[in-house]
Design a protein around this ligand. Structure first.
Ligand SMILES: [Zn+2]
Length: 554
């Protein structure tokens, strides 16, 4: 298969780069049509028109769609149902970062010339002058990956009689924003599984791969992917006049302590197979007081980006609850210390402050209030959601907070409290442990492929376990454990009216994943560039070998 695809990847990469497909634009639809029409030139798809189609994103402002192409191999006496999914995103980030060179962002030749007159770092200049790289928006993330998948599908479509098993290509939009393309494509994945009895065995993504640090010489293949949660804290203190400072409990103080406890905490790095996630980092911290007054704030809100390798949402919630109790206790301790000194200095009697650390998950809060006021709770939440959703642009985090605030308002217990909940988005991790047949098969296939390639080229190839960038790969596998899913849903107030995942469709796929990417630098920067030799030679070879290993073609 390899001989046929290598020479087309560069050509397709350049052609795809020239088509604007910025996320949240009609360009994503245009590029889907370009890919579809290109694949439709294969006689195979003319003979089997049902195998090449679009899966539309429902109610989408830009009427975007994924391109789906299936090649069913006929090798062997019994047609194999084994199916390898070739996944890639067809959108790119915007081009504003090119500034004055914006018009050239999609024109690699002219951009390359224009860049010669721009101030660049020594490394970029060296790459620019070497001739070994192409520059341009999307030329690295990830049009070469789409080009490789297209060439592979075309090649398989030429000789389905030489293919044992099946290849399913998913070219999806919106990866750089909300993964709406992948989530819609999953529906087609479920339908095809049912219709043709496909057995999905692996997903191969060809998204970008880059250095992990300056001077890094290794080239990575990632089996599995990082996941992401967005744990949020609604902090209710006790407001007071600044003149009676010790009569209140400042939610800003609680929020700050919580931030110090959680932010970049190495204890909250999720380490699996010797690979660590980045620690949680705050994405917002704000008190919820409007305007200026000499009354302290009543409440505050903060939330964190939380990466996972193996921890599930219920486990993360427990860890954060422990952290929040610790932070809360420390604030009370410090307040009492300060108050004691203040009382002494002011010659007034000291009495211990009344605060007790109190931390609830959203579900615990909900259950507590439900027990008190019954169905009235659900009616009020329902009404609030209807009101909030009248604004189609409402932010998922804002909506989630408003619901938590409402439930707390209905809580007869008015003591200071920290409420932990989840906001969207949720990206499950895929941890390929090797404890299932499919996991083992993928681990073997990739290591055999690497073994075959490694001495042919001057690169150091390294297999790692978790693709470190949030991507659509997350939606290829999700836990089968209902308890875990429930713990997520019951603590995510935006679910299902504002946000949900097609859990059943993801379970219909439920396979280990690998990312075999093109190599380049500076994705999402105006110096985005792809390394030609690796990306148009080694990457496709690894891709083809992995597919051949997976489908027992070697
Ligand atoms: Zn990408």
């Amino acid at each position: 298969m390899l001989a046929g695809i290598k020479n087309r990847i560069e050509e397709y990469t350049l052609a795809l780069t020239k088509i604007p497909s910025i996320v949240n634009s009609e360009g994503e639809r245009n590029i889907a049509e370009f890919i579809h029409d290109k694949l439709f030139e294969s006689p195979y798809f003319k003979e089997n028109p049902d195998y090449l189609f679009y899966q539309h994103i429902e109610n989408d402002k830009y009427q975007r769609k994924s391109v789906i192409a299936l090649v069913r191999g006929t090798k062997g006496r019994d047609y194999s149902t084994d199916t390898v999914v070739l996944l890639g995103h067809i959108d790119t980030v915007g081009i504003e970062d090119y500034g004055a060179l914006k018009e050239l962002a999609l024109n690699p030749e002219e951009l390359q010339n224009a860049l010669k007159n721009v101030e660049l770092s020594a490394e970029v200049r060296k790459d620019l002058e070497s001739g070994d790289w192409f520059f341009g928006r999307g030329i690295f993330d990830m049009k070469p990956g789409i080009a490789a998948h297209m060439a592979l599908i075309e090649e398989a479509a030429k000789k389905p009689e030489e293919l044992r098993g099946n290849l399913l290509f998913l070219g999806v939009p919106d990866e750089e924003a909300n993964s709406a393309g992948m989530l819609a494509a999953l529906k087609a994945v479920s339908i095809l599984k049912e219709k043709y009895g496909l057995e999905y065995i692996s997903v191969i993504d060809t998204d970008y791969m880059t250095q992990r640090y300056e001077g890094d010489e290794e080239k990575y293949i990632y089996i599995g992917t990082v996941g992401k949660l967005l744990p949020c804290f609604y902090i209710v203190g006790k407001e007071t006049h600044v003149g009676q400072a010790f009569e209140g409990l400042d939610p800003n103080m609680l929020a700050s302590e919580l931030l110090m406890e959680i932010n970049l905490s190495e204890e909250l790095c999720d380490i699996a197979d010797g690979e660590s996630t980045v620690p949680p980092i705050s994405l917002r911290q704000q008190d919820l007081k409007e305007g200026y007054s000499v009354q302290t704030a009543h409440s505050a809100n903060l939330y964190f980006n939380y990466a996972t390798h193996s921890q599930e949402p219920d486990e993360v919630l427990e860890k954060l609850k422990t952290k929040a109790i610790k932070a809360f206790s420390r604030v009370i301790e410090r307040l009492n210390e300060n108050y004691r000194i203040y009382c002494k200095n002011s010659s007034i009697p000291y009495r211990e402050l009344p605060w007790k650390p109190k931390v609830l998950t959203y579900k615990e809060l909900y259950d507590k209030v439900k027990e008190k006021i019954g169905d009235r709770l659900d009616e009020q939440i329902e009404q609030l959601k209807i009101d909030l959703l009248k604004d189609p642009e409402i932010d998922d985090r804002a909506l989630s907070l408003r619901i938590v605030q409402l439930v707390q308002t209905l809580n007869p217990d008015k003591d200071p409290v920290v409420i932990i909940y989840y906001s969207p988005p949720y990206y499950p991790h895929v941890y390929v442990k090797g404890d299932t047949e499919k996991d083992k098969k993928l681990l073997n296939a990739v290591s055999n492929a690497v073994e075959k390639v490694k001495d042919k080229y001057p690169y150091k190839l390294t297999i790692k376990k978790f693709y470190p960038y949030i991507s659509d790969l997350s939606y290829c596998r999700i836990t089968e454990d209902e308890k875990i899913i429930n713990s997520l849903i019951k603590n995510m107030p935006a679910w299902p009216d504002k946000y949900s995942l097609p859990v059943e469709d993801i379970r219909n796929l439920n396979v280990p994943v690998v990312n075999i990417g093109s190599f380049g630098k500076d994705a999402h920067k105006f110096t985005e560039r792809v390394h030609k030799h690796f990306s148009f030679n080694v990457m496709p070879e690894l891709l083809v070998l992995t597919v051949e290993e997976l489908l027992n073609l070697v």
